[in-house]
Design a protein around this ligand. Sequence first.
Ligand code: SF4
Ligand code: SF4
Length: 200
Amino acid sequence: MPEFQNPVAGFGVTFKAMFKKRLTEQYPEEKKPTAPRFHGRHQLNRHPDGLEKCIGCELCAWACPADAIYVEGADNTAEERYSPGERYGRVYQINYLRCILCGLCVEACPTRALTMTNEYELADKSRESLIYTKEELLAGLEETMVDSPHAIYPGMTEKDYYNGLVTEAAPGTVRQVAVSKGEQRPSETSAPASGKEVQS
Ligand code: SF4
Ligand code: SF4
C-alpha cells in the first residue's frame, strides 16, 4: 500500500514533534538578547563634549527607500551651537510605521551621527507615537558631556572633533539658550515695564 494512504504514517510528524524539546519563548517576561549587530531603533550620536554629530545634510533621508526620514537643517550661531560645524539638524524625525530597519540611512551618514541600537520593541498604540522626534532619538548625556546647545571646545575646529581630539566638555562649559526651540533668554522673560496700572 502506498505510504500516503497509511493513516498512521500521516501522524508521523506529529508524533516526532511531541517528543522534541519545546521552543516556546516566554516573551515579554524573558527577553533574548539580540545579535550584536541587530538593526533596531536608531540613535543620533553626540561628540564626547555633548555637541551633536548630525549636520542636517539630509543624506540619510535621500538614501531611505521607505521615505521614513524627515530632516530640516539650520545654521549654528555663536549664541546657539548644536554641532561643531556650520550646520546642524534642527528637525529630525523617523517614521517607524514606514521604516524597514534596513540600515541604508546609517551607511549614507557621513558623520556617523546616525547608528542603530539593538532595541526592537517599537510597537505602540497611535501613529503619532511611532514618529520619533530628534529629542527621542538623541543619545543620552554621559559624564563628560554638557547638553547642546553650547560653545565649541576652545581652540578646536570641526576637523579636530572628527579626529577625536575633543574627549570631554571644556571646563566651565554651560548650556546655551535654545531660542530655536522656543526657549527665552533671561532678559526676554522679565515683563517690560509698561507704566499701565491695573484697574479694579
Ligand atoms: S533603516 Fe532603512 S527604512 Fe529605516 S529609516 Fe533607515 S533607510 Fe529608511
Ligand atoms: S543623520 Fe547623518 S546623514 Fe542624516 S542629516 Fe544627520 S549628518 Fe546627515
